[in-house]
Design a protein around this ligand. Sequence first.
Ligand code: ADP
Ligand code: ADP
Length: 225
Amino acid sequence: MADITLKDIRKSYGRTEVIHGIDAHVEDGEFIVIVGPSGCGKSTLLRMVAGLETVTGGEVSIGDRVVNDLEPRERDIAMVFQNYALYPHMSVFDNMAYGLKIANVPKEEIRARVTEAARMLELEPYLDRKPRQLSGGQRQRVAMGRAIVRKPAVFLFDEPLSNLDAKLRVQMRLEIKALQRRLGVTAVYVTHDQVEAMTLADRMIVMNAGVAEQIGAPLEVYANP
Ligand code: ADP
Ligand code: ADP
């Protein structure tokens, strides 16, 4: 269970402020999409929620904890990236198990969690393969599997489907949404693709030049451009 609260979030690189004070609240179990043109600050905002970038102003809370000073692994989040970030020399199983191993989760528990995630993602037949022996869609599923096994309350997605062809993108979009519903997790998803945003979002944060121009359900946003 985790909602997310952003209070006057700001980010500067050197003397240049690129995020100019964003306020937003994501409900527990909600699917929020951050949408906007390239360079508007979507990825920076998401990375601040993940703990991969420091905030230079304001407060990020996950659940009832202010997480500004917490490492990514202390935040009850898992993130899925555009380039999958899989380890090429490791099998699918080991890719999914890696984070749990480092966290000293017992072996049997790791096996159980990886097997369950693989079943959910229809990856059971591929557990011994290397990433290069998989299709793009399968690789993306492994990246999701790696997030699922951590059992986080919050999933963060940074343009996860950009490297896939159009048909697969539509299919994986449906899979991501179904999975999010099934797990009951909170999701924050970054994309520049408006159709993708409308299809996935319970609500969207429409960003432009470092500000949140609109926050609302897709139909509200497009009714009041
Ligand atoms: P988006 O994800 O919407 O494409 P980003 O969050 O990647 O946008 O970038 C927002 C702004 O911050 C851009 O102007 C970008 O050039 C700038 N920026 C991002 N990362 C850095 C960095 N490490 N150093 C300096 N400027 C950066
Ligand atoms: P853990 O130590 O919790 O097992 P991982 O092995 O999954 O974490 O992560 C390795 C590195 O990646 C850590 O240094 C951590 O800071 C970072 N990291 C952990 N979780 C995430 C995440 N969900 N998204 C991005 N980076 C992460």
